[in-house]
Ligand binder design. Structure first.
Ligand SMILES: [Zn+2]
Length: 235
């Protein structure tokens, strides 16, 4: 007799994969030298989520580091599987929701969801780290500085921020809670891979995510490649 990989979730009455962590499941960052484990991530809610790109389970995680609710979209069975395709996407309100052409976030998100929606299994983490971690208001202030000729990196520094404040501790804990044996990451940013490996996530391969540049975001992409270490094929 075969066991179906799905359970009826009593609250939503939708189908969610049986191997997903339950609400309340909590994972801690490995303890530091002082033996103290500081950061944890916990499943706060989960349900089935049909999307225009296919059917996913959605899990909302809470944590004690940044007070944000981060999201995992999970396609199929991932626990115990190797080389699960995964994208870690950082929130971009202007791009993802409003369709801004100043960056390539929405194109990358759409491409990742489309690709995962056609795969047997996969993970998309949607991390609420707007503007590389500096927040929406400061991101727009940085845009205003860019209009005066600063590039992305200099604009952030002018506002008193590092180029990239994003931290992948919580993302790493979320992946570990979902339990794939290893992942293949869609990313052009090697920092993300280092960040996850630090948490013990086995990253087998980097899959490039190539979206065509537009006249509006060409300069932003060039800066990403030249100054922030992103791997982007340049014209
Ligand atoms: Zn963006």
């Amino acid at each position: 007799m075969t066991t179906l990989p799905f359970d009826i979730d009593p609250e939503s009455r939708w189908l969610v994969p049986a191997s997903l962590p339950d609400v309340g499941a909590r994972l801690y960052e490995p303890a530091g030298d002082d033996g103290v484990s500081r950061v944890f991530a916990e499943v706060y809610a989960r349900a089935f989520l049909p999307t225009q790109h296919g059917e996913f389970a959605i899990l909302v995680f809470r944590n004690n580091q940044d007070e944000q609710e981060h999201v995992a979209l999970v396609r199929g069975e991932v626990r115990g599987h190797e080389r699960v395709p995964m994208r870690v996407h950082s929130e971009c309100l202007t791009g993802d929701v409003l369709g801004s052409l100043r960056c390539d976030c929405r194109a990358q998100l759409d491409l990742a969801l489309e690709t995962l929606g056609q795969s047997e299994r996969g993970i998309l983490l949607y991390m609420r780290q707007e503007g590389r971690g500096i927040g929406l208001g400061n991101k727009i202030r940085a845009y205003a500085l860019q209009e005066q000729g600063y590039d992305t990196v200099d604009a952030n520094r002018h506002l008193g921020f590092d180029d990239d404040l994003r931290d992948y501790t919580v993302a790493g804990l979320m992946v570990r809670a979902l339990g794939p044996t290893s992942v293949e990451m869609f990313t052009n940013n090697p920092r993300k891979i280092f960040g996850l490996k630090r948490l013990g996530v086995a990253v087998e391969a980097r899959l490039p995510l190539v979206t065509p540049p537009t006249p509006e975001n060409e300069r932003y992409l060039l800066t990403k490649a030249r100054r922030s270490g992103h791997i982007i094929p340049l014209p």
